[in-house]
Design a protein around this ligand. Structure first.
Ligand SMILES: [Zn+2]
Length: 640
C-alpha cells in the first residue's frame, strides 16, 4: 500500500556559506526522491531553506557594515538561485528570519516553558564563539573547542535550559527499536555511542547582551533563542501552528536528510524537542558523507572548493546531478574529481545511453521515415528485453526505500546495456535487407524505442532536462510528470504511429584533447593566481594604510633575540609595535627616529605582547635597515 503523502527535507543551509558541491549534493539527493515520489502519484512536500540567525551572521553583517537582516536578505539568494539552476523542485524555501517561522518558535518556547520543560538556571561553561556552543571541561580537546580547535572562554551566566536529559532512555529505545530511524547503520551506532554518556539538559538561550541577532524568548526579553533550537523548528514551521502540523499529514517527515556533521544535533536535540512538543520524531534521519576534492578536504585556503555554477556551465546540469549520485554510495564519503566526472560523462552518458538513443532514432528515421511501427513478432530476445525492463522497474522501486542512488542508477544501466545488446544481437541493418527481415525489424525498432521510453521515465528524477528531450525525440510530447511511473507498469506504452524527431546528441562526448585542456585549467588555479597575481590594482594597494611615526620609546623584549618593543606616535595615537630589528639596532639609537608604519594591520601577539602595526624595513641577508626619509615629514603623514 503506497502512502499518499511524502515529506522530505534538506538541512537549512547556513546563510553565510558560499554554496558548494556539498550543498548541491544533499539538495539534488532530496530532489531525486521528491521527483520519483511525484511520479508514483504521491503528494510530495519538499523543503529546503536557509539558517539565518546567530553570532556569525551578526558578525559578518557588522564586517560589511549592513544590518543582519539586509545581510541575510542578500545572501540567501545565492542558494535560491543555485537551486533554480540545478532544477531543484522544492515546494517551499524556509528562512528562519521569516515571521511564520519565528511565530512557531515563540509558541513552542512558550508552551515548553509553561509546562516546565524549560527552566532557568545559572550556568558555567567553556564557550566557543565561532561554534556558538558551550562545552564542559571534559569535552575540551587540550583546552580548546573539540569541534574547531579554537580557544574557548569561560563564561558564567544565567540561562534557560530544555530538559533534554530526561528523554535519554526514550531516545535510546527509539533508536534501537526502529532500524530505519537513523541511517546508515554505522552512523546510528555513533549516536548510540554518544548516548552512552549521561545526556545533559540543553542550554537554549543566549543573553541579548552578547548576541542580539536571534529570536527573543517570549517569556524573557533579555535573551534570544539558541540558533539550533531555532533552526531545527524550520522542518515544521512551514506547516503553521502545532495543530496545523498534525492536521497537514506531512508529519512525521519521511526523511530529514543531513550531513554527517549535524547528525547528533538532529538525532538528539531535534528528536527530544519533538518528543517534548508532543510530535513524533521524523521517520528517518539520513546522514550522508562528505566530498573531498582530488583526495583533499575542500577548503578555501586550498582554493579547491568546487563551485557548482561553474560545473553547470562546463558540463551541464544533468551531468552533475548524475555524477554526484552515481559515483558514491549515499551515506559514504566521496571524492570529487573532474577526471572521474568526464569519465562517467563519456562512458555512461554519451557512449551507453546517448548512443542508444541516437542510433535508435536514426534507424527509425532511416527504415520507417520516423514513424514508430506496430510490433509484429515476439521472439526470445524480445521476451528477455521486456522481462529485464520489468525486473529493473521493480528493483528500482525497492532501492528508493534505502536511498541507494548509486544502485538505482546501476540497475537502470542494466536496462541500457541490455537494450544495446538487443540491437547488436538482432542486427536491424541486416534485417532491413530482406522482406522477411523487415517484418522482424518492426518489432526490433519498436522494442528499442519502448525501452528508451521506460528509461526516460526511470531516469527523469535524476536528469529532468535530458529525459524530456529524450521523450521528444521518441515522439512523445506529454511531460514525463504527466505520464508517471504508472505509464511503465506495462510494456507497450509507446504508441505506434508516433513521429520521432531528428536525432540530437543528449550528452556530447568530451574528447581527450578537450578533456586534457579542461583538466589543466582546473587543476592549476594556484599557479594561475601566482602568474597574474603578481600585480595588484591601485585600489588594492591603497588598502594598506602607511603612515609616518616617531619612535618615543624602545626596549628589547626579554627572552627574544630579535624583537624590540616600540612606542610609536602616529599623530592620532601612540601605538605599541614589535619589530624584529634587535640584531641590527640598539634601542637607544631608535628613540626619536621617524619610521613608516603599516597602521591598519590586524593586531597580533608575539611572545605574549600585542603588536599594533608593522615597521617597514629592508632585509639584506639578515641585515635589517629601517626605511626612512631624507627630510623630516612629521608624524601621522600618509605614505604612498
Ligand atoms: Zn569551536
Amino acid at each position: 500500500m503506497q502512502q499518499n503523502k511524502f515529506y522530505i527535507t534538506t538541512p537549512i543551509y547556513y546563510v553565510n556559506d558560499v554554496p558548494h558541491i556539498g550543498h548541491a549534493y544533499t539538495t539534488i539527493a532530496a530532489d531525486v526522491v521528491a521527483r520519483y515520489k511525484r511520479l508514483e502519484g504521491v503528494e510530495v512536500f519538499f523543503l529546503t531553506g536557509t539558517d539565518e540567525h546567530g553570532q556569525k551572521v551578526q558578525q559578518a553583517a557588522n564586517d560589511v557594515g549592513v544590518s543582519p537582516q539586509e545581510h541575510v536578505d542578500k545572501l540567501h539568494q545565492r542558494f535560491k538561485e543555485l537551486w533554480v539552476r540545478l532544477n531543484i523542485s522544492n515546494n517551499d524555501f524556509i528562512r528562519t528570519t521569516e515571521e511564520r517561522h519565528k511565530k512557531l518558535v515563540r509558541d513552542i518556547l512558550q508552551e515548553l516553558h509553561s509546562r516546565d520543560e524549560i527552566y532557568r538556571d545559572s550556568y558555567e561553561g567553556w564557550y566557543c564563539t565561532p561554534c556558538e556552543r558551550f562545552w564542559t571541561e571534559k569535552d575540551l580537546a587540550e583546552g580548546n573547542c573539540p569541534e574547531c580547535q579554537r580557544k574557548v572562554d569561560k563564561i558564567k551566566e544565567h540561562n534557560y535550559f530544555f530538559r533534554m536529559g530526561k528523554y535519554q532512555q526514550w531516545l535510546i529505545d527509539r533508536i534501537k527499536n526502529d532500524p530505519h530511524f537513523i541511517l546508515p547503520a554505522s552512523r546510528k551506532n555513533e549516536v548510540l555511542g554518544f548516548l552512552e554518556k549521561p545526556l545533559e539538559d540543553l542550554c537554549i538561550s543566549r543573553p541579548k547582551s552578547r548576541l542580539a541577532w536571534g529570536i527573543p524568548l517570549p517569556f524573557d526579553g533579555d535573551y534570544v533563542t539558541y540558533v539550533w533550537f531555532d533552526a531545527l523548528i524550520n522542518y515544521i514551521s512551514i506547516h503553521g501552528s502545532l495543530d496545523d502540523i498534525k492536521a497537514s499529514g506531512f508529519w512525521p517527515a519521511d526523511h530529514n536528510m543531513v550531513g554527517k556533521d549535524i547528525l547528533t544535533t538532529h538525532a538528539v536535540y531535534w528528536s527530544t524537542m519533538l518528543k517534548a512538543i508532543g510530535l513524533e520524531p521524523p521517520k528517518n534521519i539520513f546522514a550522508h558523507g562528505w566530498w573531498t576534492v582530488n583526495g583533499q578536504k575542500m577548503s578555501k585556503s586550498l582554493q579547491n572548493v568546487v563551485e557548482p555554477n561553474q560545473l553547470i556551465d562546463q558540463f551541464g546540469v544533468d551531468v552533475i546531478r548524475y555524477f554526484l549520485l552515481r559515483e558514491v554510495p549515499f551515506g559514504q564519503d566521496g571524492d570529487f574529481s573532474h577526471k572521474a566526472l568526464i569519465g562517467r560523462l563519456n562512458s555512461d552518458l554519451a557512449n551507453n545511453l546517448g548512443n542508444l538513443l541516437n542510433r535508435t532514432v536514426n534507424m527509425m528515421e532511416k527504415y520507417f521515415a520516423g514513424v514508430v511501427p506496430t510490433p509484429a513478432t515476439n521472439g526470445p530476445e524480445d521476451k528477455a528485453l521486456t522481462e529485464k525492463s520489468g525486473e529493473v522497474i521493480a528493483e528500482v522501486r525497492i532501492l528508493y526505500n534505502e536511498l541507494a542512488y548509486n544502485k538505482i542508477l546501476q540497475k537502470i544501466w542494466e536496462l541500457v546495456d541490455t537494450t544495446n545488446q538487443y540491437i547488436d544481437k538482432t542486427g536491424p541493418w541486416n534485417l532491413a535487407k530482406t522482406d522477411e527481415g523487415k517484418e522482424r525489424l518492426k518489432t526490433v525498432m519498436y522494442n528499442s524505442a519502448e525501452s528508451l521510453r521506460v528509461l526516460g521515465v526511470l531516469l527523469n528524477p535524476f536528469m529532468p532536462q535530458s529525459t524530456e528531450s529524450l521523450m521528444k525525440q521518441l515522439g512523445i510530447e506529454a511531460p514525463i510528470a504527466e505520464q508517471g511511473m504508472k505509464s511503465i507498469n506495462q510494456w507497450g506504452g509507446l504508441k505506434p504511429g508516433s513521429q520521432t524527431q531528428k536525432a540530437k546528441q543528449l550528452f556530447p562526448r568530451i574528447e581527450d584533447k578537450q578533456a586534457a585542456q579542461i583538466l589543466t585549467e582546473l587543476s592549476s588555479p594556484k599557479e594561475e593566481k601566482k602568474d597574474n597575481g603578481n600585480q595588484i590594482t591601485i585600489d588594492e594597494f591603497m588598502k594598506v594604510e602607511l603612515r609616518t611615526g616617531k619612535i618615543l620609546e624602545a626596549e628589547k623584549v626579554k627572552k627574544s633575540k630579535k624583537l624590540i618593543q616600540l612606542k610609536v606616535d602616529i599623530g592620532t595615537e601612540t601605538r605599541q609595535v614589535l619589530a624584529g630589528i634587535s640584531e641590527s639596532y640598539e634601542p637607544e639609537d631608535l628613540v626619536g627616529r621617524t619610521v613608516i608604519i603599516v597602521a591598519n594591520l590586524k593586531p597580533a601577539k608575539l611572545m605574549g605582547i600585542e603588536s599594533q602595526g608593522m615597521v617597514l624595513a629592508a632585509s639584506n641577508d639578515g641585515n635589517i635597515i629601517l626605511a626612512g626619509f631624507d627630510q623630516e615629514p612629521g608624524q601621522g603623514v600618509q605614505v604612498r
